[in-house]
Structure formats: structure tokens, C-alpha cells
Design a protein around this ligand. Structure first.
Ligand code: F6P
Length: 327
């Protein structure tokens, strides 16, 4: 907690886009204006701060966006902001407009930037977890995760139809650079026979054994969901399986960026709205350097460095559920 109150705030989206970011922007703008603040939209994340691409916003600027994927403020991963010189330029652009508080909607890379910036300059920063990966501690959900999982579920259900028709083994790769949450949730929800995630060591022998046992039991349809960040990607798993189990009719499907787009689910719109509202309240009451999250359906505030470092732990229960239900 600090003591500095704000009168003009900036909002930006940074890193990979996530469905629900627009709902969060809308909440920040409207809560800010309700409280008598001036609100500025910063384009393309930290790049817009450096390039002075900063624009006043009003309630109408955020009309009709709550249901839209992507981000009206656009997004980027700025390398220049990682340099002290870039951050200084960004600070000067904020100061000349009198912007004295920031809301950063993004993932761990964006929070690292925010932390450096608020330590160097007298501008409080509040983070909102906007990432489909859910690789941040201090919140049960991150903005975009629920939509991405539902997109993956819809796709895997469709894959199962064709897998079933041909008695095929499908290896489906879902997003998640360092985290297996999309794989875990979508895999359980679609009844995947195997789920491979970076948080646990993937044991190829165990996988081959489970596939051969299923083959013996005449279980010919098989879905393996693999997280992008797993030690083995879908293509590598496929070539191993083809070598070791040549009788399996194996196909690969990499879902890719389809998981980042689309209209946000109700859950993503709700958490984004609550978090955006809470971010402005934080700035109004002098809080600095925290991420707003939701834990057990309550707003929760985590220091930015903890949110980045701690990540979320996948509990043993989840992993046991996968094994038992896929049998
Ligand atoms: O962080 C979100 C994410 O979608 C990851 O799951 C993925 O690894 C990465 O972004 C892809 O980034 P880009 O769109 O820059 O290729």
C-alpha cells in the first residue's frame, strides 16, 4: 500500500491477447470516469507508451466491446521497454499528460515490465492477469483462460467424432507455453485418454504401455492432449508412437491461435469486469504494484513479483482424476 492518489490514469493491454481484455478495458474506463478520473488508452502495450500513442477515452469509447475478442487497444511485446532508456521515454510521455497511474492487462512478461517501471518512477501500476495460459499465481482464473479452454473443448469434441469414425489415435496440441492448464482442463472435459503437461515429467514408456493396453482391449479411439510447453510436442509424440505402435492409425492436430480468439465466455466477461473495477479502486486508494485476482470468488490482491514467480501449482488430485477417468 502507498499513499499517492491519482487523477489521470492510463490503461494498456500487453503480451498475447486474451478474450475478455476488452471487457477489462471497459471496466477500467467506466469505473475511472465514474470516479472523476481522466482515462487514457495506450495503444500496443508498452510500445504505445514509448511512441506516444496515447489517447483520451470516454464511456462511449468502450461501448459495444464487452462481447468482442482481441483488444481494441491492440497489444505487443515491447523489447524497447525492457531497456532503461525505453522506460524513461515512456515515463516522459505519461508525465507530459499528467498520467499518474497505470492499469496493465497482460501476463507475466507484462508484469515484469510494470514492476521495473513502478520501482523506477513515481507511477503506481496495477496488473490484471490477462493470459489464456493461466500461468500466474494469485487468481483462480486469468482473463481469457475460460474462453480458450472452451474453444479447445469444442475442437477436441469434433476431433473425437472423426477419430471415432476411423478408429484413430489423435494427438491434439493445445496452447500453454510453460503451463499445462489448457491441456488439463480441456483434456478432462473431453475425456482424453492421456494428457501431457510441462508440470509433470512425460514418461514415454508409460504412454506406450497405456496405448498398447488400450489396443489389446480393442479401445482403438484415443485422444492424447499435449500442452505446447510439454517436453515432447505433438509431432514428436506422433513419430514415437508411429515407430513403436505401427498398427495405430495416428494423426496430429495443432489447435494454435484459434484458442486466442473469439467472443469471451460469460465467466471471462465477469472476472474481467470485476478485476477492471477493482484495479481503479486500488489506484484510488493509493495501492501500488499489485495484481488484482479472484480467489474463491473474492477479489484478491497479490504483489506483482509474487504473481510472476509463484505460478500456480497443479494439485495431485487433478492428476489422479486424469488417470482414473481415462481408464
Ligand atoms: O501466452 C499466451 C500464448 O498464446 C502461449 O500459449 C503461446 O505459447 C504464445 O502466447 C504464442 O505467442 P505468439 O502469439 O507471439 O506466437
Amino acid at each position: 500500500m502507498g499513499s499517492k492518489k491519482v487523477s489521470k490514469i492510463g490503461v494498456l493491454t500487453s503480451g498475447g491477447d486474451a478474450p475478455g481484455m476488452n471487457a477489462a478495458i471497459r471496466a477500467v474506463v467506466r469505473t475511472g470516469i465514474y470516479n472523476g478520473l481522466e482515462v487514457f488508452g495506450i495503444m500496443r502495450g508498452y510500445s504505445g507508451m514509448i511512441d506516444d500513442d496515447i489517447h483520451p477515452m470516454n464511456s462511449r469509447s468502450v461501448a459495444n466491446i464487452i462481447q468482442r475478442g482481441g483488444t481494441i487497444l491492440k497489444t505487443a511485446r515491447s523489447m524497447v521497454f525492457m531497456e532503461a532508456e525505453g522506460r524513461k521515454l515512456a515515463y516522459e510521455n505519461l508525465r507530459k499528460r499528467g498520467i499518474d497511474g497505470l492499469v496493465i492487462i497482460g501476463g507475466d512478461g507484462s508484469f515484469k515490465g510494470a514492476q521495473k517501471f513502478s520501482n523506477e518512477f513515481d507511477i503506481p501500476c496495477i496488473g490484471l492477469p490477462g493470459t489464456i495460459d493461466k500461468d500466474i499465481a494469485g487468481s483462480d482464473f486469468t482473463i481469457g483462460f475460460d474462453t480458450a479452454v472452451n474453444t479447445a473443448v469444442e475442437a477436441i469434441d469434433k476431433i473425437r467424432d472423426t477419430a471415432d469414425a476411423h478408429d484413430r489415435l489423435f494427438i491434439v496440441e493445445v496452447m500453454g507455453r510453460d503451463a499445462g492448464y489448457i491441456a488439463l482442463h480441456s483434456g478432462i472435459a473431453t475425456g482424453a485418454e492421456n494428457i501431457l503437461i510441462p508440470e509433470t515429467e512425460t514418461d514415454i514408456e508409460e504412454l506406450i504401455q497405456s496405448l498398447s493396453e488400450q489396443e489389446k482391449r480393442k479401445k482403438l479411439v484415443n485422444i492424447i492432449v499435449v500442452a505446447e510447453g510439454d517436453k515432447y510436442g505433438a509431432n514428436e509424440i506422433s513419430s514415437i508412437v508411429k515407430k513403436r505402435l505401427p498398427s495405430a492409425d495416428t494423426r496430429v492436430c495443432i489447435l494454435g491461435h484459434i484458442q486466442r480468439g473469439g467472443s469471451p465466455t460469460c465467466l471471462d466477461r465477469l472476472i474481467a469486469s470485476r478485476m477492471g473495477f477493482a484495479a481503479v479502486e486500488c489506484l484510488l486508494n493509493g495501492t501500488n504494484n499489485v495484481m488484482v485476482g479472484i480467489l474463491n470468488n473474492q477479489l484478491h490482491y497479490t504483489p506483482l513479483d509474487h504473481a510472476i514467480k509463484a505460478k500456480q501449482k497443479i494439485s495431485e488430485d487433478w492428476l489422479r482424476i486424469v488417470k482414473i477417468l481415462a481408464s
